[in-house]
Design a protein around this ligand. Structure first.
Ligand code: MLT
Length: 325
């Protein structure tokens, strides 16, 4: 092909791309959730998919691509065609996987376009219903005197409960016995059944069990109390003695690197509209979630936050010396 026809082909390709962007989206969009159906991330993603439907003018199909602490689903999106039809909703694991996993097939943030932070999700330190401790101070004393034997459940390496547990042990300057499960559901079942002692679980998942009095609540992991009836009496861990303890799970929306800017702008605009949806706000608040309404809703602000969180958690994980292959 000579220079002139190459030039012509380039123009034709650019015109086609512009046309494709103008029509975006003209078919359903897939939203990859890297965790199991029914779990906290899935619940959030399904609400978001519904709220995105109107502003995008297309169905958003949730696809659970699960395994390896969310890294299988994330890898799938990193490799997807960057056309805006395959998106990812992932939590804090996006920032922790680069340190936690010795082998990771994608780079954070390089292989993704950040589209905006969706929400922040505090966790609650909960215990089995038969625990004698009735306050965080009593629980802390029991943990300190147990010689590391207290069983600390988590939903698997890289799960939010695992990460919160690492931060908790570091703040308490003590260790517990981690008990990893294959997801939040079996971990919660065993906590309710008393096979394990405590867990630091996302409010989305913990609140219904606290309301049903199936587990005991000892403290909120964020700096603000949660305005939910079941947690009115529950202090933050910072108030209860772990000064400045602040672990928030957060969820963000991503596209594969190289997605055209015009498409990214449309998705970001749709996200902003979706996060103002009164139904979505009502459902998120009932689960103790706070919708993000600051500069992290901007792709650039989201990216800056992701990079900062990656550095923050890298230290926690390296100090704990827990890695996955
Ligand atoms: C999930 O949706 O299964 C959770 O967010 C997993 C986790 O606790 O990290």
């Amino acid at each position: 092909m000579n220079t002139i026809s190459r030039f012509g082909a380039g123009i034709a390709l650019a015109a086609l791309t512009t046309l494709a962007c103008a029509d975006y989206p003209d078919k359903p969009v897939t939203l990859v959730v890297p965790f199991a159906a029914g779990g906290p991330t899935d619940k959030i993603a399904r609400d978001l998919a519904e709220a995105l439907r109107k502003p995008l003018g297309q169905t958003v199909i949730v696809d659970n691509t699960v395994g390896a602490g969310g890294t299988i689903g994330s890898a799938r999106v990193a490799r997807a065609t960057p056309d805006g039809y395959t998106l990812l909703v992932n939590h804090i694991g996006m920032a922790t996987a680069p340190t936690l996993y010795r082998k990771l097939s994608y780079k954070v943030p390089d292989d993704f376009e950040t589209l905006g932070l969706v929400n922040e999700a505090p966790s609650v330190l909960i215990g089995k219903p038969t625990l004698a401790a009735n306050s965080f101070a009593e629980l802390r004393q029991w943990i300190a005197s147990s010689g590391g034997k207290v069983n600390l459940a988590n939903a698997g390496l890289g799960s939010a409960s695992h990460l919160c547990g690492l931060m908790l042990q570091s703040a308490l300057k003590t260790s517990m016995t981690p008990v990893p499960y294959k997801g939040t559901a079996p971990a919660m079942t065993d906590l309710i059944g008393g096979q394990v002692d405590v867990m630091c679980e996302q409010a989305v998942n913990a609140v219904p069990q606290i309301e049903g009095k199936k587990v005991k609540a000892y403290g909120i992991t964020s700096l603000q109390r949660l305005p939910l009836p079941a947690l009115r009496e529950t202090p933050t861990l910072s108030e209860a003695g772990l000064k400045d303890f602040n672990v928030q799970v957060w969820h963000g929306l991503y596209a594969p690197k190289g997605t055209p800017p015009a498409v990214l702008a449309k998705i970001n605009a749709a996200l902003r509209t979706a996060l103002k949806d009164p139904e979505l706000i009502k459902r998120e608040e009932a689960l103790g979630l706070a919708i993000v309404n600051d500069d992290r809703l901007d792709p650039a602000g989201h990216k800056k936050f992701l990079v900062a969180e990656t550095a923050r958690w890298s230290k926690v994980i390296k100090d704990a010396g827990e890695y996955a292959d």
